[in-house]
Ligand binder design. Sequence first.
Ligand code: NAP
Length: 517
Amino acid sequence: MIRIESYVRGAWHTAGADPRPLHDPTTEAAIAECGSAGIDFGAVVTHGRDVGGPALRSVGFATRAGWLKALSQAIHERRDELIAVSARNGGATRGDAKFDIDGATGTLAAYAKLGAELGEVNFLPDGDGAQLGRTGRFWGQHVRTPRPGVALHVNAFNFPCWGMAEKLAQSLLAGVPAISKPGTPTALVAWRCAQAIVASGVLPDGAFQFVAGSTGDLLDHLGPQDHLAFTGSAATGAKLKGHARLIGTNCRVTLEADSLNAAILGPDVDTDADVWGTFLGNLVVDMTQKTGQKCTAVRRILVPEAMLDAVVEELKVRLGAVVIGDPADEATRMGPLTDAAALATVQTGMRQLLAVSEALTGGPERIRDRGYFVAPTLLLANDIDADVLHELEVFGPCATILPYTGDAAEAIRLANRGGGGLVASLYSNDKRWSEDVVLGIAPWHGRLWIANDKVADQALQPGMVLPVTIHGGPGRAGGGEELGGRFGMEFYMQRTALQGDQGFVGRRFGKPGSEPA
Ligand code: NAP
């Protein structure tokens, strides 16, 4: 039995008591144990704050960028091993695993490039300077500096590599040491990734710590210069955000939670449009990639009534052709759900949705005697306004078609009923309709993905989270904002208004090239 270790205070730690078993979701065999008993979490926080932080901030962005580049390479070198372990721990197909691992190395590389551009300094000018006094001599300039605390990164189980790496990229480049806690169901994959990071020897002591299992009383040790960056369900996020110590100290908290992502087909699109194929292709990918365990996966499909039959017919064929099985088999396109708990939650959720819909494909029943397998489940809503369709995230291969009139106003109303989303996707060649929908749903979404015939053949899929554009969303999506290049670093930096002599404040801290005359 593999014993997953934590990496704390510069050493690997094996849990003593009460480890939690992890199972291969294809065979249900126990493969590893995970736990954090025996860790002194107060000392972990102090080690990061007092040892890792000063070491990170003793160099500038450009040097830290070089470290990120090296980490990206170190993880890439273990790509094949990570792909293999992702199949056994988590049920990821080769494609699913590459999505996670290459997402990790790509995001680290993107932040390495950004850091090299920022140069060997330790602050970022924020916006333009402004005249404050009677003349330009008394000047104001906002500046961002790295906060001298630690960052606790709590990650969801579904992206063990990418989730860890994308948070590390932003935090380490900003100059803030990280304590990374993976979702336990896929902690074996995350541990292999952490081993690559530690073995690379790239980072200074204390810059990276890894806690597999519970975080114990760690939150009780966070303070006003510290950070909690959480990814997971809205329910867990709300619980952590309400932690008395975090509230009492104004510890910074950002949440990336769940989302009832909508795909909206415009009323102008018929089966001849290029974007028609893009729409269908994306739906199938979103429902089946990572077995639907993707925060950005489509959950609600808004289809104009006139196109309903065509959409249903095509999706039934395409979903019926998806090869389900052992993720280690090359031919498999969709593997099992990650663990027994995920299976039970998905089955319960599907049954709740079926109270207001009918199943066009799949359903909540297991499709194999062994393993946590369900089929891609496409539902058709009987009542498009039923609350459960807009409130319950079934974190699996499940989405519901909501037939609507095709009016922009109705599309906006339905999309926004999700209460805040990570991403919504639009498919239309009607610019007027698209503009109305964009402006109507933008305040409720962190990202809008907009396809027409011009980009149908080259648009990256809406489920892809890119380092240069922000990820996050308002309301139930958590209210957080990650990535987006420099935006993602701002959480880890303090914005301070500098007011003083323009020759000092403007010249030393203003944007390069915008020095006052
Ligand atoms: P989860 O059950 O909410 O757990 C998320 C993380 O929180 C895990 O690491 C979990 O650890 C940890 N956690 C739970 N209770 C905690 C506590 N009291 N103190 C400290 N940590 C605690 O979510 P999940 O099942 O891992 O992930 C699926 C959910 O995440 C879905 O709802 C999905 O939409 C969402 N998600 C969102 C994004 C995004 O970027 N917005 C990305 C991926 C997933 P344990 O595993 O050890 O319990």
